[in-house]
Design a protein around this ligand. Structure first.
Ligand code: ZN
Ligand code: ZN
Length: 358
């Protein structure tokens, strides 16, 4: 069943706009979450009903389409009515209308202490790493000079030797109340005390090192690991390693984007590593064992007789074990290039000519 907004507001379908407004006003007073016996859910419901019935245009549409509300997905799922103007202001509350009066921000904060402190900024940086580091990962220590929590006061902004006293602005409650007069009558709003940020107590003196801000510039050593398998241009986030926030504010994050240097010998293709190896045409014709570079040192590779230039040999398990994108351990693929000699001796020429007569 769709919600019956008339029932919620306790008015008849034929009620005048004035009657709807009056009913809303009474119920809003009664269930206002700041009042004793107030109820947030009930209050939200009343508000939702009033958003529709209090607006003649929306009310008319509700009367017309009301029974199809559930099929349309209920409030918040009004996509079927988009463009009709009906969905406007329907996702919860119309803050512009009455939200401000009730100080929704505070009520629906869920009773959490809402401090007026700012989060520290994120830091973005780039780091150049070798191909090898991108493949195997690597522990790194970064020395970063940045706004940090003041070491003298621990970021509180208070002088550590100062006496702590009850905040006189809010009398220690951390909240301040104000009466607001509106067309619906007077309402009491409760906000976080701006002097103590809701703590209810306050140091008498502020920290001299940071002048009460809780933040000073300092260098910090940050240890982190380059993830094995990271690709050029990808970034990691180090949570909380950005700039310090002021007075109890959360620090920002540090983002490091990796630039992988191009390697002379190794290239990447998915989880495989591509390399090239040069062999002579006699090695190609007769077969041989050659030394091949891998990221973990040289290994021997058997070249069978009759190898063609461009043929690819696989060194199993010598590729990338990508911890970032997965895909399992890759291989190293060695492309063999047969080098044709450009200068040969008289003896070699004779032998080749002999070979050519066959
Ligand atoms: Zn300080
Ligand atoms: Zn206070």
């Amino acid at each position: 069943m769709a919600k019956d907004y008339y029932q919620i507001l306790g008015v008849s379908k034929g009620a005048s706009q004035d009657e709807v407004k009056k009913a809303f006003r009474e119920l809003a007073h009664k269930h206002h979450p700041d009042k004793q016996g107030g109820n947030v859910d009930k209050f939200k419901e009343i508000n939702e009903a009033y958003q529709v019935l209090g607006n003649p245009e929306k009310r008319q549409q509700y009367d017309q389409f009301g029974t199809t509300f559930d099929q349309a997905g209920g409030p918040g799922g009004f996509s079927g009515f988009d463009g009709s103007g009906f969905a406007n202001g329907f996702n919860g509350f119309d803050f512009n209308d009455i939200g401000d009066i009730f100080g929704f921000g505070d009520i629906f904060g869920g009773g959490k202490k809402r401090k007026k402190v700012k989060r520290g900024k994120d830091i973005q940086m780039e780091m150049e790493i070798s191909f090898r580091e991108s493949v195997f990962g690597e522990e790194k220590i970064l020395d970063l000079y940045k706004p940090s929590a003041c070491s003298n006061c621990g970021g509180s902004g208070d002088d550590p030797t100062s006496k702590i006293s009850i905040c006189v602005n809010c009398n220690g409650s951390g909240k301040v109340r104000a009466i607001q007069k509106t067309f619906l009558g007077s309402f009491e709003t409760v906000t976080v005390c701006p002097k103590c940020q809701g703590e209810g107590k306050k140091a008498e003196k502020e920290c001299r090192e940071c002048r009460g801000s809780g933040v000073t510039r300092a260098s910090k050593k940050i240890k982190f690991k380059i993830p094995a398998g990271i690709i050029n241009g990808e970034a990691i986030r180090l949570s909380g390693e950005g700039e310090a926030g002021g007075k109890g504010g959360e620090p920002g994050d540090l983002f490091i984007t990796f630039r992988v240097k191009v390697d002379r010998d190794f290239r990447r293709d998915g989880n495989n590593i591509l390399t090239k190896a040069e062999i002579s045409f006699t090695q190609a014709a007769l077969g041989d064992k050659i030394e091949v570079k891998t990221l973990e040192g040289a290994v021997m590779l058997a070249i069978p007789a009759g190898t063609q230039s461009g043929q690819i040999f696989k060194l199993k398990g010598r590729g990338i074990n990508d911890t970032v994108h997965g895909g399992g351990l890759g291989d190293q693929l060695v492309e063999v290039i047969v080098i044709t000699p450009t200068r040969i001796s008289r003896r070699q020429r004779e032998l080749l000519e002999e070979l050519g007569r066959d």
